[in-house]
Design a protein around this ligand. Structure first.
Ligand code: ADP
Ligand code: MG
Length: 730
């Protein structure tokens, strides 16, 4: 059996870098080659159709039937010119990935042949059988049909000779069954709310745009090794495996030289990204061995999220060309860092002003403080919900483990911003007004922040939500997640807060207060009210957990219970005010979350049970029996006390192996019983809680015994590639 392991290890270690097909042109020439962007639109669409489409995109309006037909025709011609034969509505169901159903462009011509056609109605809207996608009962309660409809704000693209049309996915009765619909609603709502507040400072602001720059972390594993680990294949993570003697303790991987095989993969991936208009920019090694990161230039949030989803599919595809498998799981290996997907997020006006960036004038700085403080208040009010938005069965293994934020949301503000907040909080109203209206700018110190904040070096890596100079970095997001989940909750929560803020400021003004007075008063109230969320200390420490509890922050660690936050009154109201989710949608989506949680743990438990009983125990038995043979032989060669002495060491090992095997069998039996019992529970929430409380703990126990056996059993016999083999690409 171990022959397989040795063969795959040898295969993996012998592998050389695959050569990359680098285009002859420079990136600026092939960038966006496969995207139906404005340049292609202007080439393929009649002038008036182009204008109508651009107008609809910019003003979030829908297309008339005639325009849609003409756009579809132009898009089809462009796609065919670029080798496409099929088209698909590309959408983001409530699973981790994307969905597509391909149709050829062909229609019968009535003369025994075909014509390549694509009608506007097929571009704009399609009926999709929604019943086989997770829908949390919405499908049962309402109608068995769903629709996908083109999101014109996101350009169509060609992937694998298929024209992909980004779409939203909704039920016949209008409930969202995807991530894109509520994301667009949340972005719309934060645009409206933030624009209204930004107009206090600049009356000409027409629009506020939400920006997202994600940093995608991932692991690479050689495909031969991957295939020899059923746990990786089935669950995306290793369910067993003793720590390697060397892993990341020497800190020699982070920013280290990139292995040539990996560099070839990265180059290939970047070229593919650029052809698809994904502005991939940064690449480097991450902290753990075999862990890497890719980050693009930030973009408008909806587009950035499409690009991240597209990237995740591209990575899987390109990795195969290089004989790698990409692991997007948040915690593929125990004992070393997991992978996140930092969501760098900001708001900016249509005039190019970033609202979380300190400005050059007192007015701009007042605006900066206003927006930053409102974000803090929103994150404080909805800290439990924001945690729920990033939580999953897989991310749960990362949060609170090695070098990862705990399952508590707090905000890191940094020394300079903290000082400013402090000053505002402690000053009297008159002092504040005096300070903020002096000729030389805000004496709050705010006038000096541009320089200081921009090279803000005290970057706290332990915070799940950090202010980083001109943006916030939501670091708790998991590497496999659809960023939309976090972006929906965050943008909507901030929208609600800004609406509330504006109402209060306006009320003060209507009572005769000056704008400046009103703003400062409300800002100070928010600083005081949301103090608990502000934490600049070490988020990895045990004291912080106790402190956070004292501060009343959400410290729940039980994943299925964390999802309850979506149904809290404050969340339901917030999503209603912002028009992002109805209560029906929230309830349905939580059903999906609980169901997904249960299924993921269930699959892991089955795989682990199988590996334990059918792979590990038989090998340990064989090794044990070798030892027993040896003991008998020693005793026959050395009768009496000498033989006893010589055999003692093997006898002890046999005993320990027996104990581990007995414990594994017992625990697997217990785990199966726990599963059976949980499976009988009807309520999805209770079932998920049962899986969390009674199945998961068995898995940890089983793993510990297996990992001990790995160190005892003859290396030649051990069937599964070990961490030291999986984790070091040659
Ligand atoms: P880090 O030092 O945290 O790795 P980087 O400079 O690599 O930071 O940037 C990380 C990501 O943040 C990139 O995708 C970058 O484009 C994005 N980013 C930078 N500024 C903003 C902003 N104002 N809003 C949103 N994302 C931003
Ligand atoms: Mg970062």
């Amino acid at each position: 059996m171990s022959k397989l392991r040795f063969r795959v290890v040898e295969e993996a270690f012998d592998r050389k870098a695959v050569s990359v097909d680098v285009p002859a042109e420079r990136p600026e020439e092939y960038y966006g080659k496969y995207v139906f962007n404005r340049k292609k639109m202007s080439e393929y669409l009649p002038g008036e159709v182009y204008n109508a489409l651009v107008y609809a995109i910019d003003n979030k309006e829908s297309l008339s039937r005639e325009v849609a037909d003409s756009v579809a025709d132009g898009m089809k011609r462009w796609a065919i010119d670029n080798g496409a034969r099929h088209y698909t509505h590309w959408f983001h169901p409530l699973t981790d990935g994307t969905a597509e159903k391909h149709d050829a462009f062909i229609e019968l011509d009535g003369k025994g042949g075909i014509v390549e056609e694509f009608a506007g109605k097929l571009l704009v809207q399609q009926e999709a059988d929604a019943s086989s996608f997770p829908n949390g009962g919405v499908r049962n309660t309402f109608e068995a049909r769903g629709y996908s409809a083109w999101d014109i704000s996101s350009p169509a693209f060609i992937l694998d000779k298929t024209l992909c049309i980004p779409t939203i996915f909704i039920s016949y009765t209008g409930e969202s069954l995807d991530y894109k619909t509520p994301l667009l609603r949340a972005l719309n709502s934060v645009d409206k709310a933030a624009t209204a507040v930004a107009r206090y400072f600049d009356k000409d602001v027409k629009r506020v745009i939400s920006y997202l720059g994600w940093e995608q972390e991932y692991f690479l594993v050689d495909e031969a090794l991957y295939s020899a680990r059923p746990d990786l294949v089935m669950t995306g993570r290793t369910l067993m495996g003793h720590e390697s003697a060397k892993n990341q303790q020497l800190e020699d991987h982070y920013f280290g030289a990139i292995p040539s095989r990996v560099e070839a993969f990265m180059l290939d991936l970047e070229i593919e990204c650029h052809k698809l208009g994904i502005p991939a920019k940064t690449r480097h090694n991450e902290a753990a061995p075999n862990q890497f990161e890719l980050a693009p230039i930030f973009e408008e949030t909806n587009l950035a999220n499409d690009h991240n989803l597209l990237l995740m599919s591209l990575m899987a595809e390109v990795a195969r060309r290089h004989n790698f498998r990409v692991l997007l799981h948040e915690k593929p290996f125990a004992g070393i860092n997991g992978s996140g997907k930092h969501n760098n997020w900001s708001l900016g006006t249509d005039k190019g002003v970033l609202l979380f960036a300190p400005g050059k004038t007192p007015v701009e700085n007042m605006q900066f403080i206003t927006f930053v403080v409102n974000v803090m208040a929103a994150v404080h009010k909805h800290n439990g919900l924001l945690k729920a938005s990033i939580m999953s069965a897989t991310n749960a293994h990362r949060l609170g483990a090695n070098e990862a934020p705990p399952a508590i949301i707090s905000i890191f503000a940094g020394t300079h911003l903290s000082e400013i907040l402090d000053k505002i909080e402690k000053s009297t109203q008159d002092e504040l007004v005096n300070m903020s209206s002096g000729k030389e700018g805000l004496k709050l110190g705010v006038s000096q922040i541009p320089e200081i904040l921009m090279d803000n070096t005290d970057r706290n890596r332990t915070s799940p939500f950090a202010f980083t100079g001109n943006r916030f970095e939501f670091r708790a997001v998991g590497s496999s997640a659809n960023c939309a989940s976090a972006m929906i909750a965050l943008n909507a929560a901030v929208a609600e807060q800004l609406i509330d803020f504006k109402t209060k400021v306006d009320a003060r003004i209507s009572q005769g207060e000056t704008l400046q007075h009103a703003l400062l008063d409300e800002i100070r109230a928010l600083i005081i009210q949301s103090k608990a969320i502000h934490f600049d200390g070490n988020g990895y420490s045990e004291e912080w957990k106790r402190e956070a509890e004292r501060r009343g922050l959400d410290c729940e660690t039980n994943v299925p219970k964390i999802f309850d936050s979506y149904l809290k009154e404050s969340s339901v109201n917030m999503f209603k005010t912002t028009g992002v989710f109805s209560e029906v949608e929230l309830a349905a989506r939580n059903e999906v979350k609980w169901e997904m949680y249960t299924k993921k743990v269930q699959i892991e438990a089955r795989v682990l049970g199988d590996l334990a009983i059918n792979h590990v125990v038989p090998v340990a038995t064989r090794y044990q029996s070798l030892l027993v043979d040896n003991i008998i032989k020693i005793k026959s060669v050395f009768p009496g006390i000498k033989g006893e002495e010589f055999a003692a060491c093997d006898i002890a090992t046999v005993e320990r192996i027996s104990e581990h095997m007995a414990a594994i069998k017992e625990e697997v039996t217990r785990m199966i019983a726990a599963r059976k019992k949980a499976n009988r529970i009807e309520c999805e929430r209770e079932k998920a809680v049962a899986y969390h409380d009674t199945v998961l703990p068995c898995m940890d126990v089983i793993r510990d015994h297996i990992d001990d056996l790995e160190l005892m059993v003859d290396n030649e016999m051990w069937p599964l590639p070990k961490y030291r083999e999986l984790l070091f690409i040659r």
